[in-house]
Design a protein around this ligand. Structure first.
Ligand SMILES: CC(=O)SCCNC(=O)CCNC(=O)[C@H](O)C(C)(C)COP(=O)(O)OP(=O)(O)OC[C@H]1O[C@@H](n2cnc3c(N)ncnc32)[C@H](O)[C@@H]1OP(=O)(O)O
Ligand SMILES: N[C@@H](CCO)C(=O)O
Length: 350
C-alpha cells in the first residue's frame, strides 16, 4: 500500500518542541533547556479522546508511520483518519532531539562526552513536558517496544488517570543483568574504537559497527539465523552469517551516532520502574491504566517472562505472546499478530 499517496490526504506534521524550563534529571544533573523533535499524524478530535502516543525503541525516530508501517497508516490498526498519532524522538537520540551532539548552553560548545546520564524516568518527564505543551489532557493509548516500552511504563506511572491503555511490547519493568551485560559488551566495542574520546561527530563509529553486530545477535534468534543465514555449500570462510552481521553493523553507521547509542544503552540499563517506589512489582500495581503486555516467544533480550510479569503485577493487566522466529525485533515485524492482539484487547476492555 502506498502510504505516501494516502498520506497526501492526511494531516502529518513534523515539529520541534523547545522546553526552556530546566529539567532536573534523576542523576541530579540539570538540562537547562532541551528540544524534542516530534511527528504527528491525523488530528485531535473534539473531545480529545483519540490520542495514540508511540514511543520508539533504541535506534528509532519520530517517523512511526515509516518504521511501523504495518501498524500505522490508512486502513492500518492505528489510522490517522481516526486517530491522532504522536511520536517524539527520545531525548539523547540523534534524530532531532537534544543529544550529545547538541550545543551545551552552559559552555556554548557541543556536549559530546559531557552529555548528562539519562534514565527512562527522565525520558518520560521530557515527554510529559511535550504533552503539556500540546495541551493534551488524556491519552487513549501509549504504545512502545523495548526501550520504548520501558519509557512507556515510566510515563504510564506518571500519567495516572490521564492514560487509559498502555501497550508494552518486548520490554521489562526492570532491566535484567543479562540486558545490562549485553549493553556493556556493546559499549566496550564503542570504547575500543581509537576515535572514541575525540570531540567529533563520528567518534566511535567503527565501534558502533561492532556494537550493532553484537546487538543483532540479541535481536534475532538462532532459528532465524538457521532459516536465513545457513550456508548450503561447504566452505572455510565467507559465511552468510558473518556477512549478515557485518552488513547490519555497517548499516547502522549510516544512520546513527555512537554517542547517542552509548547514552541510550545506559538509559536502558538503569531502567527500574520500582526505584524509590518499593520495587518494580509494587510500582506496576500502582499504574492506573490498563496494560497490554506483549512478549515474543523467541525474544532472547527481554524474555517473554518479563512481559508476563508486567501483566501479572499490573492492576489491570493482559498478556499476549507473539509467535515468531524473528526474536526480539518481532515487535517491529509481526504486524498481523500485533493488530489481532490490539483488536481483542480493545474489544475485551470496551
Ligand atoms: C532513518 C531511518 O532509517 S530510521 C529507521 C528506523 N529504524 C528503527 O526504528 C529501528 C527499528 N527497525 C529495525 O531494527 C529493523 O528495520 C527491523 C527489525 C524492523 C528489520 O530489520 P532488517 O535489517 O530490515 O531485517 P533483516 O534482519 O531481515 O535484514 C535484512 C537486511 O539484511 C540484508 N542481508 C540479509 N542477509 C544478508 C547476508 N547474509 N549478508 C549481507 N546482507 C544480508 C538484506 O539484504 C537486508 O538489507 P536491507 O536492509 O538493505 O534491505
Ligand atoms: N532493532 C530495534 C530494537 C532494539 O530494541 C532498534 O534498533 O531500535
Amino acid at each position: 500500500m502506498n502510504l505516501k499517496s494516502q498520506f497526501a490526504t492526511i494531516t502529518m506534521s513534523q515539529e520541534l518542541f523547545h522546553s526552556s524550563t530546566p529539567l532536573e534529571l534523576e542523576s541530579g544533573e540539570i538540562l537547562t533547556e532541551f528540544d524534542l523533535s516530534y511527528t504527528t499524524y491525523g488530528e485531535l478530535n473534539e473531545d480529545g479522546s483519540n490520542v495514540i502516543w508511540v514511543i520508539h525503541a533504541l535506534t528509532g525516530d519520530s517517523n512511526a508511520a515509516d518504521w511501523w508501517n504495518g501498524l500505522i497508516g490508512e486502513d492500518k490498526f492505528f489510522d490517522p483518519s481516526r486517530h491522532f498519532i504522536i511520536c517524539a524522538n527520545l531525548l539523547g537520540s540523534c534524530y532531532g532531539s537534544t543529544s550529545p551532539l547538541s550545543v551545551n548552553p552552559a559552555t556554548g560548545n557541543t556536549f559530546y562526552y559531557d552529555f548528562p546520564e539519562l534514565t527512562t524516568r527522565d525520558l518520560a518527564a521530557s515527554l510529559e513536558r511535550l504533552r503539556v505543551h500540546l495541551s493534551i489532557e488524556k491519552i487513549h493509548t501509549l504504545i512502545g517496544g523495548s526501550l520504548g516500552g520501558q519509557v512507556g511504563l515510566e510515563w504510564a506511572y506518571l500519567l495516572g488517570k490521564r492514560l487509559s491503555n498502555a501497550v508494552i511490547l518486548a520490554s521489562t519493568s526492570k532491566s535484567s543483568p543479562w540486558v545490562i551485560g549485553l549493553n556493556e559488551a556493546q559499549r566496550m566495542a564503542i570504547e575500543a574504537d581509537q576515535s572514541w574520546g575525540d570531540k567529533k561527530e563520528d567518534a566511535g563509529i567503527k565501534g558502533l559497527e561492532a556494537a550493532r553486530a553484537v546487538a543483532m545477535l540479541s535481536y534475532r534468534h538462532p532459528d532465524d539465523f538457521q532459516n536465513k543465514q545457513l550456508d548450503t555449500e561447504e566452505k572455510l570462510d565467507g559465511f552468510r552469517a558473518s556477512s549478515y552481521v557485518r552488513y547490519q553493523g555497517n548499516k547502522i553507521t549510516k544512520r546513527f551516532n555512537a554517542l547517542s547509542y552509548w547514552i541510550l544503552s545506559k538509559t536502558m540499563d538503569s531502567h527500574d520502574l520500582g526505584r524509590k517506589r518499593g520495587g518494580h512489582q509494587k510500582a506496576l500495581s500502582e499504574i492506573q491504566a490498563r496494560i497490554l503486555a506483549i512478549g515474543v516467544n523467541s525474544d532472547l533480550l527481554f524474555l517473554p517472562e518479563e512481559s508476563r510479569l508486567i501483566s501479572q503485577h499490573a492492576k489491570k493487566g493482559t498478556y499476549k505472546e507473539i509467535n515468531s522466529t524473528a526474536g526480539h525485533d518481532a515487535f517491529l515485524i509481526e504486524f498481523e499478530q500485533l493488530s489481532y492482539f490490539l483488536q481483542s484487547f480493545y474489544l475485551e476492555n470496551k
